[in-house]
Design a protein around this ligand. Structure first.
Ligand SMILES: O=C(O)CCC(=O)C(=O)O
Ligand SMILES: [Fe+2]
Length: 237
């Protein structure tokens, strides 16, 4: 995505009236393309024009082919999240409403996205066990999401793992060596896509080490909701 497209999208997002936002404890979000019922059915609403026409995000995502096997062959739902520096999202799974492919577009700032797995059941007798399976605190994969990037998660990463963004204001990075990739300094986990970053600051920090400060980030998580309410059925009577 071009910088002027990002600027345009952020301006459009900020122009939405206050009541379009859903305020959660540690971030706020908007739903584009409609709302989900308690039975995970999408009651569809038109997408905002700025994801269909300019920039034609939906068309470009379709063009990657990653939605070819999904029921509608296109993302039909977008959760747009806003994170201030220090905000994030706890480890979670996205649940059964969606076809297991998600395209995440980042605007305005980077974030580091971590994937986690559940601990193996047999040896797990921790007190939070009753609540559900407990989570292995060491991420299995950590990816730098740069502004204007799109990252696609699918298959086992989507269906058998959790994902999260830590609630930090900056991400300290230790430079890589000849045989080792750069790491997140406080977690000691490699940044899996270190050799594919494109921003000048990110490139410098990957090779020399340093700190990436988070700004306000907007994420567009684009998915295909499998079940969509048929308005026609309601209108017959
Ligand atoms: O902001 C992100 O990149 C992740 C958001 C997310 O995981 C979600 O909306 O389910
Ligand atoms: Fe998620």
């Amino acid at each position: 995505m071009q910088p002027e497209e990002e600027t345009y999208l952020i301006r459009k997002i900020q122009e939405f009236p206050q009541q379009r936002w859903k305020q959660l404890t540690n971030r706020r979000l908007q739903l584009w393309g409609g709302e989900l019922t308690s039975k995970n059915v999408l009651v569809a609403q038109p997408m905002p024009p700025f994801v269909e026409t300019y920039p034609d995000i939906i068309k470009r995502l379709k063009g990657t082919g990653v939605f070819d096997a999904s029921p509608h062959k296109t993302p039909n739902h977008i959760i747009m999240n806003e994170y201030l520096p220090g905000q994030g999202i706890m480890p979670h799974e996205d649940g059964p409403a969606y076809f297991p492919v998600v395209a995440t577009i980042s605007l305005g700032s980077h974030a580091v996205f971590h994937y986690y797995r559940y601990k193996q059941d047999a040896v797990d007798s921790s007190p939070d066990r009753k609540e559900g399976r407990s989570i292995d605190p060491a991420p299995v994969l950590s990816v730098l999401l740069e502004p204007r990037s799109a990252v696609i998660s699918e298959h086992a990463l989507y269906t058998a793992h959790l994902h999260a963004i830590r609630e930090v204001e900056e991400d300290p990075v230790t430079a890589g060596g000849a045989a080792s990739p750069p790491e997140l300094a406080d977690l000691c986990v490699p940044i899996a896509n270190w050799d594919r970053v494109t921003g000048p600051d990110a490139i410098r920090v990957m090779s020399e080490g340093g700190v990436l400060k988070r700004g306000v980030r907007y994420s567009l998580t684009c998915r295909d909701v499998e079940k969509v309410a048929q308005l026609k059925a309601f209108m017959k009577h």
